[in-house]
Design a protein. Sequence first.
Length: 231
Amino acid sequence: MVALKLSAVAKTFTMHLQGGLRLPVLRGVSFAVEPGQCLALTGPSGAGKSSILKLIYGNYRCDEGHILVQQGDAVVDIASASPRTILSVRQGALGYVTQFLRAVPRVSALDIVAEALVMKFVPPDAATARAAEMLRRFNVPERLWSLPPATFSGGEQQRINLARGLLPEHPILLLDEPTASLDANNRAAVVDIVRERKRQGAAIVAIVHDDDVREAIADVAVDVTQFATAA
């Protein structure tokens, strides 16, 4: 069974502040990911790796092709799905860990992490307990849990971001440079959790610039330069 499949996906950006200039960036993007498999997107900066993740998540609309996501017994084509359907897929099947934390004023780090489960209707007490466990795995000092992370260091914010994104056990997981700004111990924590998710059957697409981490988690690599197109 395939959990995620992209077929001949293309994307062109329209530069509205540049007189409607059209900038084609991707074409022919095709690959599939099975449950329990991690696929790494490789290639230089600007090749379109993050854009592919955003297309899968529905942040960008593709111009051509299909993005098929397994959600329970159904298959949803993100390329043509309604916004309501995309939100449903995100709620039930599709997780996305970006490089940046959405810092919420006056909300504690513990509550920000736990919210990822509360939104999936996990009881608040259970969500908080699991959030605390995840924060410990990422070596976030307990004295910081009650504080809003807007004032944390970049590395601390990244750990909060990872704890929040990796806590729900999504069947499909998108990771955009999850080990950026992390020290060796926390990179190892990411590797351990990704391996756990794979054993649980998650299908993962990851952008990882750290060669050692990529070799530790990826089963297959796809070079996105083959899909890049000049303007």
